[in-house]
Design a protein around this ligand. Structure first.
Ligand code: EPZ
Length: 422
C-alpha cells in the first residue's frame, strides 16, 4: 500500500489553484442519469471516489471519459438501474444514485452502503423521502429494491438536514408529477451547485442554500455542459496547512463565502487571512492562539470535514481549545495518531480537549478516513523530523495527488509505492 513520507518543519509558501469539489461533482454525475444523451462536466478532480462513480455509471451502460478535469458522460446507452454490490461497497455516497435511477427507470436496486470509520451513516432519511414521493421499498438482506410506476410530489420534512438525503430527494422529485417541498433541507454549497446543474438541464428548483427547497416536476430534462464549484474542504485543508507550518500561501479559484466559518476560526487563532474575489491569502508568522470552543454543525456552521485538520492547528496553539464533533459519532479516531506525534488531547464522548504544545514530532501514523488522513499530513508538515503516513488510499479519495499539491508549496513530501512482490 502506498505511503507518504514527509520531512516536517518547513513553512509552506507560494500559490495554488484549488480543484473542483468532489462533493458537488459526485451528485452532479449521478444526476446526469436523469437525461438521455451526453453531458460535459468541467472541473471534475481526478480522485478515487470519482473513478468509482464513473465505473458504476459505466456498469449501468453509460459511456464515460475523464480527460484532464473534464468528464464527458453519455447516458443514452444506460440499460440497467441495478448497482452491483461490489461497487456500492467501494463508495458510500453511491446511495444517491437511487433518486435519479428511480426517476428514470421506475425501479432501482442498490445495497446498504454500510458504515465506515466515521460512523454508522444511516440512510433512513433517504428511504423515507423516496417513499413520500411514492416509491415502494423492499429490503431483502442488505439489498434495497425501490419501485415507482410514477413518482408524485410531496411535502417532506427531514428530521436532520442530511446532505445526501436532500440530494437524493431533489433528484427523484425533478421528474415527479407536481410540486415537492423539502423542509429542514441541508444548505451546503454542494446542494446549491446541484440545483444550478439540474436547472441548467431544465428542472424547476428553488431554495437550495436555504432550509426549504421547492421542486416543480417537469416532463423531461436535457443534457448540458456545466462547471463544478471549487472544493471548499480542499481549500480549507490547504489554509490550515499554511497556518500550521507558519507559512504564507495564496489560494486561487476559491469561493471565500463557502469558507466563512473556517476563516472566522482561523482569525480567532491569530491567522492572517486576506480575501480578494476568488483569492484567499493565508499567513501565520507566529504560534497560533488557542480557540476556546469550535463546534461542528450543518452548513453554514463549522464543517465536520475540516474538524480533524483544525485539530492539528489547535494542537500546536498556545493554550487550551475544545473541539466538539456533532455530525458523526466516530470522527475522532485521528486523536490517537496525533497523540503519538506528541499532541496533548483528551477525548470525552464527542469532544476533544486540546492543550497546545510547542511542537509535534514525526512518527509513523495511519490514516483512518479521508479527512483524518489529511490532518495527519498537516501534522507531518508541521512536525519536527520525519513522518510516514500509511493507508493513504483514504486520502486519494478526496485529494488529487496531495503530495504534488503540497510539493508545489515547498513541502518536503513524497509518495512511496512498494514494489509488488511477484
Ligand atoms: C456528505 O455525506 C458528505 N459526502 C460528507 O463528506 C460530509 O461529511 C457530510 O455530507 C456532512 O456534511 C458527500 O457529499 C459525498 P449526511 P452524507 O447525510 O450525505 C446522519 C468527505 O469527507 N444520517 O449529511 O453521508 C448520518 O448518520 C465526506 O468528503 C441519518 O441518520 O452526510 C450522519 O450522522 C465525509 N440518516 C449525519 O446524518 C440518513 O438517512 C450527516 O449525514 C442520512 C444521514
Amino acid at each position: 500500500m502506498d505511503k507518504l513520507v514527509i520531512e516536517g518543519g518547513k513553512p509552506l509558501s507560494g500559490s495554488i489553484v484549488i480543484q473542483g469539489a468532489k462533493n458537488a461533482a459526485l451528485p452532479i454525475l449521478a444526476a446526469c442519469m436523469l437525461a438521455e444523451g451526453t453531458s460535459t462536466i468541467e472541473h471534475v478532480p481526478r480522485l478515487l471516489d470519482i473513478d468509482v462513480m464513473l465505473n458504476i455509471l459505466r456498469e449501468l451502460g453509460c459511456r464515460a471519459e475523464h480527460v484532464g478535469d473534464t468528464v464527458v458522460l453519455d447516458t443514452e446507452t444506460a440499460h440497467t438501474s441495478h448497482v452491483p454490490e461490489s461497487l456500492m461497497g467501494q463508495m458510500r455516497s453511491s446511495i444517491f444514485l437511487m433518486g435519479p435511477l428511480l426517476a428514470r427507470f421506475g425501479e432501482t436496486q442498490v445495497y446498504q452502503p454500510g458504515g465506515c470509520a466515521i460512523g454508522e451513516r444511516k440512510i433512513d432519511l433517504h428511504l423515507e423521502g423516496l417513499q413520500a414521493l411514492g416509491a415502494e421499498i423492499e429490503e431483502i438482506g442488505n439489498r434495497i429494491i425501490c419501485r415507482a410506476d410514477k413518482l408524485h410530489g410531496a411535502d417532506i420534512h427531514l428530521a436532520f438536514p442530511s446532505v445526501g438525503a436532500t440530494e437524493n430527494i431533489m433528484m427523484a422529485a425533478v421528474l415527479a408529477e407536481g410540486r415537492t417541498t423539502i423542509s429542514n433541507a441541508a444548505r451546503e454549497p454542494e446542494i446549491q451547485d446541484l440545483q444550478k446543474f439540474l436547472n441548467a438541464m431544465g428542472a424547476k428548483i428553488m431554495g437550495a442554500g436555504t432550509d426549504t427547497i421547492t421542486i416543480e416536476g417537469v416532463q423531461s430534462l436535457t443534457p448540458c455542459t456545466y462547471t463544478v464549484i471549487p472544493d471548499r474542504i480542499v481549500a480549507g485543508t490547504i489554509m490550515v496547512a499554511a497556518a500550521a507550518t507558519r507559512g504564507q500561501v495564496t489560494l486561487l479559484n476559491t469561493n471565500p463565502a463557502h469558507l466563512s466559518s473556517l476563516i472566522h476560526v482561523l482569525r480567532r487563532a491569530g491567522v492572517q487571512i486576506l480575501v480578494d474575489g476568488d483569492i484567499i491569502k493565508v499567513g501565520c508568522p507566529g504560534r497560533p492562539r488557542a480557540v476556546e470552543r469550535v463546534v461542528t454543525a450543518p452548513y453554514p456552521a463549522f464543517p465536520t470535514d475540516l474538524q480533524s485538520q483544525v485539530m492539528v492547528l489547535l494542537a500546536l496553539a498556545d493554550g487550551v481549545s475544545i473541539l466538539k464533533e456533532t455530525i458523526f459519532e466516530g470522527r475522532l479516531k485521528h486523536v490517537d495518531e496525533l497523540s503519538r506525534m506528541g499532541a496533548d488531547i483528551r477525548v470525552d464522548l464527542n469532544s476533544a480537549f486540546i492543550r497546545g504544545v510547542p511542537r509535534l514530532y514525526g512518527a509513523t501514523v495511519e490514516a483512518t478516513d479521508l479527512r483524518a488522513g489529511a490532518a495527519l499530513v498537516i501534522a507531518g508538515l508541521a512536525a519536527q523530523g520525519k513522518t510516514i503516513v500509511e493507508q493513504i488510499h483514504h486520502i486519494d479519495r478526496g485529494y488529487d495527488c496531495i503530495e504534488t499539491m503540497l510539493s508545489r508549496l515547498g513541502a518536503r513530501i513524497s509518495r512511496y509505492s512498494p514494489v509488488p512482490k511477484n
